[in-house]
Ligand binder design. Structure first.
Ligand SMILES: [Zn+2]
Length: 275
């Protein structure tokens, strides 16, 4: 445990604290010029991002809250995320561009999500990540709050095989936050907790899922929620679940990574039929 400059002891370690200090230092001062745009994103990427917003609502991952972003296809130092609004209502014109400090490029009066720092800080630490979902999907929260480990119950959730670490905001934010990731320092602390994993849980809040594409991250966000539901059922039966072992989980994840297009097409048709 380390005594932080904020006065709170936590276990981020010296590297984590240093990274947090650097992240805080690079936040542009008030009045700083807006970052330059990377230019128009691939229309297919924008279309997938809008559809993903609708799917995540239709599949019960997000409600009025929660969001999904994608790294800009023209510049890895920019990302795309809707303005602050319910995901089910997102259209192409609602998509905003941000730099990795989560400063909007061209807000045009649009209000960004308070918790956009989740996205920018994970993109900084994880160059392999192309898309991120943050949600409060309800079945996951008991695992975040009890610290009962969320592990793969079947092959579809093989991506959970490396575990889902739990982020506790008290470590970086102290005992009296509103639980929101509302600045770069908190986003950095969450990204450090996520580490190399595809999913991290957030105590008293929700979760984040990351992946190599929009379609992969939607798959992971949906099946994180499903797996949590199934695992809770097994625990309620009084049994001790036999989870996939690490080798099974990795092999299943590789197989599923090639199959995410199948549920995507189904979910897309179902979501768009309602909108
Ligand atoms: Zn949230």
């Amino acid at each position: 445990m380390i005594q932080c400059c904020c006065g709170m002891p936590h276990d981020l370690g010296r590297r984590g604290l240093l990274a947090m200090a650097i992240a805080a230092a690079v936040v542009p001062a008030r009045g700083h010029a807006a970052p330059a745009s990377a230019g128009p994103a691939d229309p297919a990427v924008l279309d997938d991002l809008v559809v993903a917003n609708h799917i995540l609502f239709d599949q019960g991952v997000v409600d009025g809250f929660g969001h999904i972003s994608v790294r800009h296809d023209k510049d890895p130092n920019r990302y795309l995320l809707a303005r602050s609004m319910a995901p089910a209502l997102v259209a192409a014109d609602d998509i905003m561009e941000f730099d990795l400090d989560s400063v909007p490029v061209d807000p045009r009066g649009r209000t960004p999500y308070l918790e956009r720092f989740i996205h920018g800080e994970i993109y900084k630490l994880r160059p392999d990540v192309v898309a991120i979902v943050h949600s409060h999907s309800p079945s996951v929260i008991p695992f975040a709050d009890t610290k009962i480990a969320l592990k793969p119950m079947n092959h579809i959730a093989g991506f959970l095989g490396t575990g889902a670490p739990v982020f506790d905001i008290r470590g970086a934010g102290g005992p009296a936050t509103d639980m929101l990731i509302r600045n770069n320092a908190l986003g950095k602390a969450l990204a450090v907790t996520l580490g190399p994993h595809p999913v991290a849980l957030m105590r008293g809040h929700g979760s984040v899922a990351v992946a190599q594409s929009i379609r992969h991250v939607v798959f992971r966000a949906v099946y994180t929620e499903v797996n949590a539901r199934v695992e809770a059922q097994a625990l309620a039966m009084g049994g001790k679940p036999e989870f996939l072992n690490p080798q099974e989980a990795e092999a299943a994840m590789k197989t599923n990574d090639g199959l995410v297009g199948r549920p995507w097409e189904l979910w897309k048709r179902h979501a768009e039929a309602k909108s």
